[in-house]
Design a binder for this molecule. Structure first.
Ligand code: B12
Ligand code: SF4
Length: 450
C-alpha cells in the first residue's frame, strides 16, 4: 500500500532567553494549523510540531513542511526552513509576515503563500505531491470562508491553555496606520456563515472559547445572528471588538446572553492627538472612552486593554498617565505594546522616509531584543521609550496593582469564575513579561533541536 503524503505543520518559537529557548507558559493552540489541516483531503497525513515547547524532529520523514511566519517568529522560521531544506525537504511559508514582505520570505523557502490560503492550500499540497511545487501562490481576495472546517484534532495530546480558539470573521473595516490587518485587508471584512461556526462549536466539549477575529462586531447584523445562535450552547467566550458596540443596546444584550465574558479592546492611547495620527477611526468616533467603559461594566465584562506606546504625541508623562488610567479602570489585563513598525504598513513607510528607523529590518537584526524601540521617538530617546514601555508593563502587573484591580465587584470579582480567571492569568502574564523582555529572536545556531 502506498504511504500517505505527509505534511508537517510548524509553529516557530520566537527566540532565546539567556541562551535557552523561550518557554511560553501562556501559549494557546495555533488555530492556523487546525484551519489548514481542515482544508486537506483524508489521504493527507498531518502532524504538528510546536517549536514553542517541542523539539522539532528534523530527521523524521515528511514530504512537505508548512511553517507559519509572523514578524517576531520570522528569524526562527527561516532557521527551521534552512534545516529542512538542507535535508532535501520542501518548505512552504505562509502567514502575516509572508504576506507583508513576500520577497524576503521567498528567499527562505521553496514556496510561499501570500494572503489567505482557502481554496489554494490543497492545490499547494497536490502540486508538491506531483513534484510541481510553484514558487509563489496567491490567495483569493477577499477570502472564501464558507464551508471551512476547523480540525482541532491536530492539537490532541499537546498542552495548551484550556481555551478553544475559533474564527468567525477575517479582516477589518478600519485601516489604522500601524496595523498589519489594516494593511492586508484594506478595509475588507468577511464573515463565515454563523450557522457553520455554531455547528462546529456545538460539537466541542470545551466550554471556554476565544474568537480571534480582529473585530467580532465589525458587521453588527451578522454578529447578532451569530450571538443569537450561540445562546443555546451556553458557552463562555472572549473576543476582540471595537468599543462602538456600546452604541447598540440590542448588540450588547445579545453579546451578553450569548456568553461573552470579556473583550480585548484596542484603546491604544489616552492621547487624542495620537489616535488621530494612527487614524484609529473607530475610537475617534466614540463619544468618550469613559461612557463606553461604563456600559461594558454594567454588562460585567472583564476588559483586556491593548495599548500602543511610542506614538509621536507620547512622552514619559503621557505613558505614565496611560498606565494609571488602565489601573484606575481596573482592567483585568492590559498589553502595553511598544510601537514596532511592521514592513508594508503606512507607519513603516513614513518612518523610513523620515529616516527614523534604527535598523532596516529590525526583526532580523542581531542587535534587536524583544521590547526594544526600533525607531527615533519624537519626544524621548529610543532607550527612554524602551524603558518606559517595560516600566508600563511592570507597573500594571505589580502585585499590589494586581490586587487593586481585582477588587472590582462589577467585573473581575463579580463571581467565583471571574475571580479564578483573574488570579489564574494575572500572575502568569506577570511572569511571562519578565521572561520575554530582552529575548533575542531566532536560535542563531546556539541551540539546535533534533
Ligand atoms: C490570536 C492571536 C494571538 C494570540 C495567540 C494565538 C496563538 N495561537 O498563539 C495572542 C493574543 C496570545 C497573540 C499574541 C501575539 N501576537 Co497575535 N494575533 C492573533 C490574531 C488576532 C489571530 C491569529 C489567528 O489565529 N488567525 C486565524 C488563522 C486562521 O488565520 P491566519 O493565521 O492569518 O492564517 C491564514 C493565512 O494567513 C494563511 N496562513 C497562515 N500561516 C500559513 C502557513 C502556511 C504554510 C500556509 C500555506 C498558509 C498560512 O492560511 C490561513 C488561512 O487562510 C492575529 C491577527 C489575525 N487576524 O490573524 C494576531 C497577529 C498574528 N499577532 C501579532 C502579534 C504581533 C502578536 C504578538 C507579538 C503581540 C506582542 N507584541 O506581544 C504576540 C506574540 C505572538 C507569538 N508568536 O508568540 C500580529 C503579527 C504581525 C505580523 N506582521 O506578523 C498579528 C497579525 C496582529 C496584527 N494585526 O498585527 N496573538
Ligand atoms: S481596528 Fe484594529 S484590526 Fe482594524 S486596522 Fe485598526 S488596529 Fe487593525
Amino acid at each position: 500500500m502506498k504511504d500517505k503524503f505527509k505534511v508537517a505543520f510548524i509553529k516557530p518559537n520566537m527566540g532565546l532567553v539567556h541562551g535557552k529557548p523561550y518557554y511560553d507558559r501562556g501559549r494557546m493552540e495555533p488555530l492556523t494549523f487546525a484551519v489548514l489541516a481542515g482544508m486537506l483531503p483524508e489521504d493527507v497525513d498531518c502532524v504538528l510540531y510546536d517549536d514553542r515547547f517541542e523539539r522539532i524532529p528534523f530527521s523524521k520523514p515528511v514530504d512537505l513542511v508548512a511553517i507559519n511566519v509572523e514578524i517576531y517568529t520570522a528569524r526562527r522560521a527561516y532557521e527551521i526552513s534552512r534545516e529542512y531544506r538542507k535535508r532535501g525537504i520542501k518548505v512552504v511559508l505562509g502567514g502575516y509576515h509572508v504576506s507583508m514582505i513576500p520577497e524576503e520570505a521567498a528567499e527562505n523557502a521553496d514556496a510561499i503563500m501570500i494572503g489567505d490560503s482557502e481554496a489554494i492550500w490543497p492545490q499547494v499540497v497536490s502540486d508538491s505531491a506531483s513534484g510541481k511545487l510553484k514558487k509563489i501562490y496567491n490567495g483569493f481576495f477577499p477570502p472564501i470562508l464558507k464551508g471551512l472546517k476547523t480540525k482541532w484534532e491536530i492539537f490532541d495530546g499537546k498542552s495548551y491553555l484550556p481555551i478553544r480558539l475559533i474564527q468567525f470573521s477575517r479582516g477589518c473595516i478600519n485601516h489604522c496606520k500601524f496595523c498589519a490587518t489594516g494593511t492586508l485587508y484594506k478595509r475588507t471584512h468577511v464573515c463565515r456563515p454563523p450557522e457553520e461556526v455554531v455547528n462546529e462549536l456545538a460539537e466541542q466539549k470545551c466550554q471556554f472559547v476565544f474568537f480571534v477575529d480582529d473585530n467580532i462586531i465589525a458587521d453588527p447584523d451578522t454578529a447578532k445572528d451569530l450571538f443569537r445562535r450561540l445562546i443555546p450552547l451556553k458557552k463562555k467566550w472572549i473576543g476582540q471588538a471595537s468599543l462602538n458596540f456600546t452604541n447598540d443596546p440590542e448588540l450588547m444584550d445579545l453579546m451578553k446572553k450569548s456568553g461573552c465574558a470579556g473583550l480585548v479592546i484596542g484603546f491604544e492611547t489616552v492621547v487624542p492627538e495620537n489616535l488621530a495620527l494612527m487614524e484609529k477611526n473607530c475610537n475617534l468616533q466614540l463619544e468618550s472612552y469613559e461612557s463606553a467603559i461604563e456600559k461594558t461594566r454594567k454588562m460585567g465584562l472583564m476588559l483586556w486593554g491593548a495599548f500602543l506606546i511610542g506614538y509621536d504625541h507620547d512622552d514619559i508623562n503621557s505613558i505614565r498617565k496611560t498606565v494609571q488610567w488602565a489601573i484606575d479602570h481596573k482592567f483585568c489585563f492590559s498589553a502595553f505594546n511598544i510601537l514596532s513598525p511592521y514592513p508594508s504598513t503606512i507607519i513603516y513607510e513614513e518612518m523610513k522616509n523620515q529616516n527614523r528607523l534604527l535598523y532596516d529590518k529590525w526583526w532580523l537584526d542581531d542587535r534587536y531584543h524583544f521590547g526594544d524601540a526600533v525607531f527615533k521617538p519624537a519626544h524621548m530617546t529610543s532607550e527612554e521609550l524602551t524603558d518606559a514601555c517595560f516600566w508600563a508593563r511592570r507597573r500594571f502587573n505589580n502585585p499590589l496593582t494586581i490586587l487593586k484591580r481585582a477588587l472590582d465587584f462589577e467585573t473581575n470579582a463579580k463571581d467565583l469564575w471571574s475571580i479564578l480567571t483573574f488570579f489564574a492569568y494575572n500572575p502568569l502574564f506577570r511572569r511571562e513579561l519578565f521572561k520575554k523582555h530582552g529575548m533575542v529572536l531566532g536560535y542563531r545556531g546556539k541551540y539546535k533541536s533534533f
